[in-house]
Design a protein around this ligand. Structure first.
Ligand code: ATP
Ligand code: MG
Length: 328
């Protein structure tokens, strides 16, 4: 039996080149090795105040982008969280098995409180428990995450262990999979911070839906330096290094080879190469994305089929958990 891999991304923005090169691209081959679940975590989107139409649109766009990037509904279960009601149901059962101290330690909430942010929703406090429910529902063995998310997988492990100890063996205890990460892509205008889908400045980010013209323009504006020397040196040349990482990841060529091939050339040539490399990756994704957005019935149908497959497993888990807890 294949091990289960679980991954969820909340649809709070359009997926970026960073999401693709750093995460999704690396998940593609894992689809053969693991029994994979890829979730559009739309319930998580409402932990902050967003409009219904924003969440609806971003949910379908993210699903379309998952498919456009090559996540394959024939191999993996690709679904939208809100279509499997067992996520919310399990969350309550897990809430009963989560300590205040644990929730208090979760960074998102802790950081906001430390910054003195007022009017936080209780969802921002408890969403790590929903994440634990997401993961535990599918008997997940591994959860590929960035460093910033390891804490959440640890919480899922702690809750699973506590539940199993109190009520008998019920949940598979998951593990974070941190090693298999790809390139870390930085912002184009601020190459010292990571490129993120929730960035306020769209010129800092390449979205997987950007047109060739937008990509060209954004890379033209990307920050470099005045050294006029193409070398990989994150400390002293973060902008140039970021463009080199982008080229390397898009072309599947080691960074040293990219540097060698640009030897003696200027930043104009570097940017031209980066633009071509990015367009060669983004264009086919964007075209497939547009296909799905123009064929929403097909997209919604894929979502429904994915949700049905997910729910079959989710129902088994929730029934097991309820009966373990003495719930009729
Ligand atoms: P947000 O700005 O809302 O935090 P994000 O772009 O950081 O969005 P996440 O949903 O936090 O996206 O992360 C999804 C996956 O993409 C994670 O596995 C994360 O490690 C990866 N990822 C995100 N940004 C980058 C990046 N710039 N380079 C490499 N990997 C990235
Ligand atoms: Mg993030």
């Amino acid at each position: 039996m294949k091990k289960v891999l679980y991954s969820a991304t909340k649809p709070t923005g359009i997926l970026t080149l960073g999401n693709y090169l750093g995460a999704i691209k690396n998940w593609l081959p894992l689809q053969d090795e693991y029994s994979c679940y890829f979730c559009v975590a739309n319930l998580h989107a409402h932990t902050v105040e967003l409009s219904a139409s924003y969440v609806y649109d971003r949910t379908l766009q993210q699903l379309a982008l998952f498919l456009a990037c090559g996540l394959d509904p024939k191999k993996s279960v690709i679904y939208v969280q809100s279509q499997v009601k067992e996520h919310s149901e399990l969350m309550w059962l897990l809430n009963c098995n989560t300590m205040m101290g644990e929730a208090n330690r979760m960074t998102q909430y802790k950081d906001k409180v430390a910054k003195g942010v007022k009017s936080l929703s209780t969802a921002l406090y408890t969403y790590p428990v929903l994440m634990a429910a997401d993961i535990l529902l599918y008997n997940s063995n591994v959860v590929p995450v960035g460093e910033d998310q390891v804490q959440h997988v640890e919480l899922a492990r702690d809750i699973a262990n506590r539940f199993n100890h109190r009520f008998g063996e019920t949940f598979v205890v998951p593990k974070a999979m941190v090693g298999k990460v790809g390139a870390r892509i930085k912002g184009l205008l601020d190459p010292t911070t990571k490129m993120g889908k929730s960035d306020d400045d769209p010129n800092n980010v390449i979205f997987l839906t950007d047109s060739d013209e937008e990509i060209t323009k954004k890379i033209k504006r990307a920050v470099t330096d005045s050294l006029n020397n193409i070398a990989y040196d994150e400390q002293n040349q973060p902008g140039v290094s970021n463009l080199l990482s982008i080229i390397s990841a898009c072309e599947n060529v080691p960074i040293e080879e990219v540097v060698k091939s640009l030897n003696g050339q200027g930043y104009g040539a570097l940017k031209k190469r980066a633009t071509e490399a990015v367009i060669s990756v983004v264009k086919p994704i964007r075209e497939k994305f547009e296909y799905y957005m123009n064929n929403k019935d097909e997209l919604l149908n894929i979502a429904l089929l994915g949700a049905k497959k997910a729910q079959k497993v989710a129902i088994e888990t929730i029934n097991k958990a309820k009966s373990a807890m003495g719930l009729i």
